[in-house]
Write a protein that binds this ligand. Structure first.
Ligand code: G1P
Length: 294
């Protein structure tokens, strides 16, 4: 069985839900506490054993490339100031093997993944969506999916979790039956169904292990929901076996402002340098008084 060595991170979207913050900077660079969101995603890939990462970018995304590049002036300054910890941090970022391809027009997630065809070649690969940040203390989310892929003959794996019924119309939804704890044999897959047509509330949440036959399907997939070429539709067309894995971890929808705020608060509370002071601040905060000021 081939190893999962490569990962694709689509990052070409406009981030309109975060305007004006995203007018001149990529939404993937918005920080949770002090770290750009895309860095959490890249770190999860590396912690899961991924060796090469392809980021699908678009216009206005240069800051992402700069972030994972060497910064000579900054390194010199940190060296002069004797800030070893910071120096190591920026050097480590530049050592990650990240590659870039531009998606020329915003034709949907399926089209973005198709841009990775020649980079991927003939091997299984991971996809991580930047809007889904997953916190884990034990096994990184992507590693859980890769382990499931190896345990089941190298088939396609969809990273899923159950969501509240009112949320099903925001996600790709799976129909299937549980074949072992947390593993579902996928019988159908539909992109953003209205609640009354949703086959379940098991949602695809930002992580996939795909096999290279997906590229043949992506080539043939017509525009779907939102007039975009949907990855979900191409996966649903696969003749090869598909499993859904309900992963463990606290998942944040940071494509949504409320989800982003929740992530900021919870990551702040987990940060060793901030935790105590931030906890005290939150406990003493007179929420109603602040709300009445608005
Ligand atoms: C995408 C996918 C969808 C998935 C969701 C969350 O939608 O098309 O199937 O459930 O991400 O991972 P988007 O949120 O980009 O509209």
């Amino acid at each position: 069985m081939k190893k999962v060595r490569k990962a694709v991170i689509p990052a070409a979207g406009f981030g309109t839900r975060f305007l004006p913050a995203t007018k001149a900077q990529p939404k993937e660079m918005l920080p949770i506490v002090d770290t750009p969101t895309i860095q959490y995603i890249v770190q999860e890939a590396i912690d899961s054993g991924i060796e090469d990462i392809l980021i699908i970018t678009g216009r206005n995304k240069r800051a992402i490339e700069d972030h994972f590049d060497t910064s000579v002036e900054l390194e010199q300054l940190l060296q002069q100031q004797g800030k070893k910890q910071h120096l190591d941090m920026v050097r480590n970022l530049a050592n990650i093997k990240v590659h870039y391809i531009r998606q020329k027009s915003a034709r949907g997630l399926g089209d973005a993944i198709y841009c990775a065809k020649s980079f991927i070649g003939d091997e299984p690969f991971a996809v991580l969506l930047g809007d889904d940040v997953v916190y884990n203390t034990h096994t990184p989310c992507l590693k859980q999916l890769i382990d499931c892929h190896y345990a089941h003959d190298g088939v396609t794996i969809l990273g899923t979790q159950f969501v509240a019924p009112e949320k099903v119309s925001s996600y790709g939804i799976v129909s299937g039956r549980e074949i072992e704890p947390n593993v579902y044999e996928v019988a159908g897959l539909v992109e953003k169904p209205p609640l009354e047509y949703a086959p379940s509330n098991l949602a695809v949440l930002g992580r996939y292990i795909l096999t290279p036959d997906i590229f043949d399907e992506l080539e043939k997939t017509p525009q779907g929901a939102g007039n975009e070429i949907q990855l979900t539709d191409a996966i649903a067309r696969l003749s090869s076996r598909i499993l859904a894995y309900s992963y463990e971890g606290v998942r944040y929808d940071i494509g949504d402002r409320l989800g982003y705020l929740k992530a900021t608060v919870e990551y702040g509370l987990r940060n060793p340098q901030l935790a105590e002071a931030f906890k005290n601040y939150l406990q003493e905060l007179d929420i109603d008084a602040v709300m009445n000021e608005s």
